[in-house]
Ligand binder design. Structure first.
Ligand SMILES: [Zn+2]
Length: 171
């Protein structure tokens, strides 16, 4: 795993853990907790500048870890300490039988995966907007990589229009 990936996912999960704890403690057991995979995904995605390639994936990974590994123990500890009550309608779902329970869990899981993915997209989109475009080294042709004078308008080696390239990078 690349270190940036690890750092992104860790930061996202830390965000989720803090939010899960705060939301469960103050708002109780409710859908508001879905803010957590969104913002966690956003934080993880903000480490990358390509929403479709990296951001969404980071957000989705963060949401999966949050849903499966982070929120359940936080929830269990809060319930055990008497700080969180599981509403009766949730306990009733358990009596619907295993297939229904699995179906509902899978739906809930997919929703959170999607929310994390969306958060990651938003995070890396924001990051890509605030990151200045990378300038090519001034004395290298961006097309043929030959060394060229910095003030050149056309590459003396491949003939590429360098002015066009430069202006297209700074929209
Ligand atoms: Zn060239």
């Amino acid at each position: 795993m690349k270190s940036r990936t690890g750092l992104a996912v860790l930061s996202g999960i830390a965000t989720c853990a803090v939010l899960d704890f705060m939301i469960l403690l103050t708002a109780g057991y409710s859908d508001i907790v879905l803010i957590s995979p969104f913002l966690g995904g956003l934080v993880a995605g903000s480490f990358f500048i390509e929403p479709m390639k990296d951001g969404g994936k980071m957000g989705a990974i963060t949401a999966v870890v949050d849903t499966l590994l982070v929120r359940p123990p936080i929830q269990a500890v809060l319930v055990r300490m008497g700080l969180l009550k599981i509403p009766p309608e949730i306990s009733e779902i358990a009596s619907l039988g295993l297939p229904m329970l699995l179906l509902l869990s899978a739906i809930s899981f997919l929703i959170q995966l999607g929310i994390g993915f969306g958060g990651g997209l938003v995070g890396s989109y924001i990051k890509s907007r605030i990151t200045p475009p990378q300038k090519p080294p001034p004395n290298v042709c961006p097309y043929c990589r030959a060394k060229i004078p910095p003030e050149a308008i056309y590459c003396p080696y491949c003939g590429a229009n360098l002015k066009e390239f430069k202006s297209s990078r700074f929209w």
